[in-house]
Design a binder for this molecule. Sequence first.
Ligand code: B12
Length: 211
Amino acid sequence: MNNTIMQLSEAIIDGNIMEAKILTQKALDMGATAKQILDEGLMNGMNEVGELFRDGELFVPEVLVASKAMDTGMEIIKPFLKEGDVEKKGKCVFATVKGDLHDIGKKLVAMMMEGAGYEIVDLGVDVSPEQLVDAVKEHEPELLGMSAMLTTTMAYMNDTVKALEENGLLDKVGVMIGGAPVSPKYASEINAKYSADASSAVELANSLISL
Ligand code: B12
């Protein structure tokens, strides 16, 4: 089984979508847990892709197919991340901020939260502060989750919080943020809550809901 999970990591790095699909299913069939497949297979591969990209050994098109391979695996394990018949805890609107097209991390957080009993409204990528304000008005969620992966786009998180405040919505919704350039310090500066990964995002959401 460990061998299959290692091969799955390699399939992500190689951007081999078909292999990623087959190996994710094979690992499940062999008894691996969804969490194991996610952490040791999919995420492990994606972390390596990140390093190769940073070092100039992989380029955007290759990273894009690696992301698609990761997505394929995530879709297969999604049903297994659910915590059984959990009662609905609340609603969370998710988006990647304006100018930013990275969505793997956001989808993962949304997926884990859905598994933990939250109703998810995913607005996708490149979502402006105005669109987020409209969505909060329309869906009336308890939580708003924003993701940014670029230093150039994270400022839209602050713009969104300000826009929520101007519209009298900030005391109605808990704002959660995350993504590589975001820090707990930045979150507290902009009146939001930070979480580093998908599991701690669920814990953060639970604590915000119970406040
Ligand atoms: C995949 C990827 C891409 C893919 C995205 C595909 C997709 N559908 O998402 C593509 C190829 C499109 C891409 C494009 C670009 N990318 Co890119 N990309 C990455 C890469 C390699 C991996 C990101 C990823 O998916 N990681 C896996 C996921 C699971 O992790 P994650 O996103 O961090 O999410 C976790 C946490 O952050 C947190 N989290 C995330 N969101 C949220 C939200 C909430 C509410 C919470 C609570 C938590 C949370 O939980 C998640 C799960 O654990 C990173 C490298 C890296 N180290 O991050 C670069 C990286 C983010 N990209 C980078 C760059 C520069 C670009 C481009 C500008 C490149 C170019 N020259 O065109 C473009 C920008 C396009 C745009 N406008 O957005 C830089 C950013 C540098 C910076 N400081 O700004 C990075 C860091 C690479 C690098 N080292 O240079 N990229």
